[in-house]
Write a protein that binds this ligand. Structure first.
Ligand SMILES: O=C(CO)[C@H](O)[C@H](O)COP(=O)(O)O
Length: 266
């Protein structure tokens, strides 16, 4: 998606660092893609990183720009003694490839800062995550961090979680997943909920997470209602491992959009 973007207002520094703007251009005039916006938000978030930090490394097409940038700054000697805690096997691979030393929550139970994308962000900074399938490890790592910076382009902003009509993912064990899916759907009957097993490929094989679980995607026709009540009800079902609503977890959300960067703090 190309977004016409004639006036770059708030994020010239981030755009320059992201290689999207030359320092010599006096009248910035850019056509930015959605991926450019993701990169700008990611580079801005990396400004929060300091040497010596234990860092939660998110997963997805936005977070991958942050991981690449952190690797670049380590290679340039501008960041030292960083320990990365990846939130997926994919991010683990990428972080190794760009030279970020890695560890895990067993060795580092307190994470200084995590940077990750999101699928939805509401006005209270509640999130939906996990459409990329990594919600369990993301919730563990991001739940252990002192500061959680979320990076999104403006297409991720919603008025109500689940209100976009797109998936709210729930990670479930494989055993009798149909039973769990029907329990989930019944929980939210009044919200017009449809529970669907996530599949991939032409053969529609079940998508299997890094933890060898399945994902049931919940689609809501009407409001989910109170998010904390919904969260507790989902987590109370045997067979459910975790869900993708990240309530009251983000401390900062960086949004890249048509008018530049917006930074929202809790
Ligand atoms: O939760 C996630 C993966 O489990 C991602 O952070 C989320 O899906 C956003 O991804 P992207 O930056 O590719 O839009």
């Amino acid at each position: 998606m190309a977004i016409p973007y004639p006036h770059f207002i708030a994020s010239e520094k981030a755009a320059m660092e992201a290689g999207l703007l030359s320092p010599s251009s006096s009248q910035p005039s850019l056509i930015l893609t959605q991926d450019d916006l993701k990169k700008i938000a990611a580079y801005k978030a990396v400004e929060y990183v300091e040497s010596g930090m234990v860092l939660g490394l998110g997963t997805g097409s936005t977070a991958k720009h942050a991981v690449a940038r952190i690797g670049e700054l380590i290679q340039q000697g501008k960041l030292k003694n960083i320990i990365g805690i990846p939130t997926s096997k994919m991010t683990h691979e990428q972080a190794l490839s760009v030279g970020i030393p890695l560890s895990d929550l067993d060795s580092y139970p307190v994470v200084d800062l995590a940077i990750d994308g999101a699928d939805e962000v509401d006005p209270y900074l509640n999130l939906v995550k996990g459409r990329g399938g990594s919600l369990l490890r993301e919730k563990m790592v991001e739940g252990a961090c002192k500061k959680f910076v979320v990076i999104v382009d403006e297409s991720k902003l919603v008025n109500h979680i689940g209100g976009s009509g797109l998936a709210v993912p729930v990670e479930v064990i494989q055993f009798c997943w149909k039973f769990t899916a029907s329990k989930l759907q019944n929980l939210f009957e009044e919200s017009g909920c449809e529970a669907k097993l996530r599949t991939f490929g032409e053969k529609k094989e079940p998508f299997v997470t890094d933890n060898k679980n399945y994902i049931i995607d919940l689609y809501f026709k009407k409001s989910i209602g109170d998010l904390k009540v919904a969260s507790d009800a989902i987590l109370n079902l045997a067979g459910v491992v975790e869900h993708g609503m990240f309530l009251d977890m983000a401390t900062t959300v960086i949004i890249a959009g048509e008018l530049g960067l917006t930074v929202k703090n809790k």
